[in-house]
Design a protein around this ligand. Sequence first.
Ligand code: 5AD
Ligand code: SF4
Length: 449
Amino acid sequence: MNKSSIYIETYGCQMNLADTEIVLGILQDHGYVVTKEIGKADVVLLNTCSVRDNAEQRIYGRLGNISNLKNVNPNLVVGILGCMAERLRKDLVEDKKIVDLVVGPDEYRRLPEYINIAFNGDKGIGIKLSRTETYDDIIPFREDGLQAWISVMRGCDKFCSFCVVPFTRGRERSRSLHSILDEVKQLSKRGFREVTLLGQNVNSYNDNGTDFADLLSAVAAVDTSMRIRFSTSHPQDLSDKLIYTIAEYPGLCNYIHLPVQSGSDRILELMNRTYNIDHYLGIIEKAKSIIPGVSFSTDIIAGFPTETYEDHLMTLEVMRKVKYDGAYMFKYSPREGTKSFNMEDDVPEEVKAKRLQEIIDLQQKISYDKNQELIGKEETILIEGFSKKSDQFFSGRTDTNKVVIIPIDHNIREGDYVKVKIDRATSATLFGRSVKSVKQDKKNMALSA
Ligand code: 5AD
Ligand code: SF4
């Protein structure tokens, strides 16, 4: 039996973190052992992201350090997995010769084969994309914990003009409902308390007619004490049925990540986002009216080609209207192979930086104001562990994904739902104290004082 040890670093989105667990599941099945110490590894893998240029630059930098390890251990196999695989095969394997292995997101089943090829001194290369691979039957490697991710679909067919994902992860395909439910049952048995269903565009989930709302209600019914989150939703496909489903099941978190990207209809059209701001705000209004206390987060890109100051102001305006609870905010970065790569990247770097800063500042203010409104209110949080700063405090999260810090209490343990009263707030964190432990039962039902 193979006893080589494997070390892996993950970059980028939650999908990549979930993929790393699939990769480790496959490798463990083949006798590999996982190590957290890079110096002890026979195989070092980087699961990469190419969605923005700075992610790629970080990985290049890291590869530089790792290739030094080969001076100490010439038999070390260094490999690239994930979204950069296809793009960088020529550069990293053929030209710079610093990696031995390049395996894209749909070829992980054959990873053991490619590693053997690399151990034998050749280059292991598997970069084909698949129309069907969902890793349905693979049991991901997960350490015990409270929170887990499950990929429910792979790929994306939206082709937003700035985005490489349709090229790096291929066409959209959904996992079977029964395999997802089996996995959720296993997680529930192991004591996990929160599951996030993942996909580039979860709203287009479709397993022979079972849509995403059906999937969510089935998952929520597995264990009513579990919190269910999901990401990412595309505004074009967010159905009324989904909104009503979120409202109906207490386990489904009242939190929707709904990337807007820009507040200008002209820019949205150039981005090929297929909705306009009226439509987007319509969804937000509907969700607010049907799901009490719903909160939203978003993704925003500053400085897309041709973006004027007026377009930028429209983005700020949408932020003010929606009042997002959180936002991931980026400067536009041209990606080779995408449609917008052919457009002139004409917003100067310093203008992009300034607009991004204005977006960040505004979001911070909105988050601060929204958090202030919670002072004096009661919230139910899931205790995730000690706070990062002190073991005299617990850190937990509301179902709207806000971090709450409370003093420790011997009646409270990790994994408990606790009713807390909020005393104070910054833009990023709420501080409070427990008023009731909701224990292991339904998360919105207070059981014991
Ligand atoms: N430049 C900047 N941001 C991008 N994103 C995707 N592609 C690019 C790009 N080329 C952002 C989008 C997307 C998030 C995952 O990353 O906001 O929603
Ligand atoms: Fe990229 Fe658009 Fe698909 Fe999201 S929906 S992964 S931004 S192409």
